[in-house]
Design a protein. Sequence first.
Length: 396
Amino acid sequence: MIYLLLNYLRSEWHLKIPSAFFYFSTRMMLSAITSLLLTLWLGPWFIRILYRLKMGQPIRGKEECPLLAELHSKKKETPTMGGILILSSMLLSLLLWMDLTNVFTLILALTTIFLGILGAIDDYWKLKKKNSRGVSAKTKLFCQTLLASLIALYLLSPAVQQLVAGKEYFHPPVAKEEQVSLTTQEYSKRFYLPFQKEPWILEGALGNAALFCLVLFVITGASNAVNLTDGLDGLASGCLIMVSLVLALFAFFSNHLGLARYLHILYIDGSGEIAIYLFALTGATLGFLWYNSYPAQIFMGDTGSLALGGILGVAAILLRRECILAIAGIIFVAEALSVILQVLSYRYRHKKRIFLCAPLHHHFEYKGWHEVKVVVRFWIISLLFAIIAVASLKFQ
């Protein structure tokens, strides 16, 4: 909104507006500061409201996980649905500092709202309906798949792009590889591996089917992986900050023609808007961590985790950096794999378990690690793999 207003004043009223306000780097910093300060300022008021509404976090019962119920008994009254605070701060930053005519802005806003509402309904049902596990896993997966399918169709189908463009308000993104200009469909068919310069180009009906499935897997997988990681005070928040900064760096470089050529990466026009939103995510999550660090005063709940994970997945898809998300988000990958392996082992190995408790962070709690030690060590691992992800820009 501010960006469009300043642009209007400069073009129509010929006012001298400092050029710095139109730089992506400036708007990245301003969006992060806006979401950070807003989250810090509204945090205490929002926590009091949740306490008043008795939105206390439900924990696993003694019948299911007796040790975990004992370890986390103090968390029972801690309010959840803090994701509302995070997402509201991010959306305000989007309205203030992003180009509202850019299609990336539209996709990220819709992802935030759609998955945020899905998570909020899930949290509300868990809290207000007795013996409820919230929205069923099948319903959640269906909604996530629906969103991912719409994004995949937009990227792969010219007809859907024309429908979204309407009166040429949302222009389809274009890319450039070396001296070759690429349409949205052409750049969407490129699959990049870390530490490798040349992409795999997936052509034909089989390639389109593979890309469609990839979009579904990345978005739904990232959304659910972050949701599974959100089980200890500050764990998901800290990891989200590191992963979002890595993807924001790639988005910023991808929007700069000179840097994209120097680093031998795909230039994507307008991808700086993705960087701005990821900086807003970083700022909002950093502000939330102020209240979510041990001992937590508030939890993000599914409202936050489903949406924030989905945003990371969507950003990785739009940037063609799915593998970078997997590297930088190694903690999310490990947490999701631990649950999958635990379920498969229990079902097909005569109720034998691989881990003492899943997801993975609870396994280490069962081994006697204090919650803070688990969180900090997972943060260290996350930081290490975030550095490896960034290093892939040079070592290719």
